[in-house]
Design a protein around this ligand. Structure first.
Ligand code: ADE
Length: 274
């Protein structure tokens, strides 16, 4: 049997509760970071924890410092040309990624740098990534990463929004979370991802649960009617209303039926909306 494990320390996301080793994970994500300890608290709870225990998801954390050489294992240096901050050096990153690739033999492996300069992360990008059997995430830090990493190593650069974090670790966790919940079997049938805000091209409408009346605020009658077709129509209209109010830009690309368009016309004609 071939041993596919890399020859260096792998921080499996099983630090607090060992899960049974999956024989074949549906998706395998390697995360290269200077701060592997940041991850288990989030990734080892709730749905992601269950997904790993069920063998649907395997996450391996790799400490970039372990791939640096020299007595001090330096991973960053000041930028050429001056200026503030530190830049991640190319050698440890190339060594780490190349060693992971050779250990895992993954053609077409997305090697993704998390950076505010990347393409925007959206539900569509999450769906695209969820179709891959394996991902390699590289968390940037400090002022940035040596440009040769972007030019000659990574295959994709992703940003989770137009703001600057102290590093790519949180962004990697966001990406893993959004991708993992799309993997077959990760969500139960009852909370499947198809109706999510953004998955349908619309925002989701409101949800209610017990009690029926709370502080004099009652659950809409239609939801208690048991009439499936009326409930579906009401939900669709609430989704349209909410999207129209909060994210009208999304209506430009959403797939809309004749009835949807009729409802939006009615909305626009409502007093106060004209
Ligand atoms: N690293 C720092 N800021 C980031 C962002 N907005 N998205 C992804 N990675 C980042």
């Amino acid at each position: 049997m071939t041993d596919y494990r890399p020859p260096i320390t792998v921080y499996r996301i099983t630090l607090t509760q060992p899960a049974p080793r999956p024989i074949l994970a549906a998706m395998h994500i390697d995360i290269l970071t200077l701060f592997p300890e940041m991850f288990p608290g989030y990734l080892n709870e709730s749905i992601l924890k269950r997904a790993q225990a069920a063998g649907l998801l395997q996450i391996n954390l790799h400490n970039l410092r372990e791939y640096a050489t020299g007595k001090h294992r330096i991973t960053d240096e000041p930028p050429y040309g001056g200026g503030g901050g530190m830049v991640l050096k190319p050698e440890p990153i190339f060594t780490a990624v190349e060693s992971l690739i050779s250990n895992f033999q993954s053609p077409n492996l997305p090697i993704i740098l998390l950076t505010p300069q990347g393409r925007p992360f959206t539900q569509t990008v999450a769906q695209e990534l969820a179709a891959h059997p394996r991902l390699l995430l590289l968390c940037g830090r400090y002022e940035g990463v040596d440009e040769r990493v972007q030019q000659h190593l990574v295959t994709d650069e992703i940003s989770i929004g137009d703001f600057v974090l102290t590093g790519g670790e949180l962004a990697a966790m966001v990406l893993v979370d959004a991708v993992a919940r799309l993997l077959p079997g990760v969500l139960g049938a009852e909370d499947a991802a198809e109706d999510d805000s953004h998955a349908t091209g619309l925002l989701e409408g409101p949800h209610y649960t017990r009690p029926e009346t709370f502080r004099n605020w009652s659950v809409p009658e239609v939801l208690r009617s048991g009439h499936a077709a009326n409930i579906a129509r009401w939900r669709r209209q609430q989704a349209l209303r909410r999207t129209w109010q909060r994210r009208p830009d999304m209506l430009l690309t959403a797939t809309l039926s004749e009835e949807d368009r009729w409802f939006l016309g009615k909305l626009a004609a409502e007093p106060g909306n004209r």
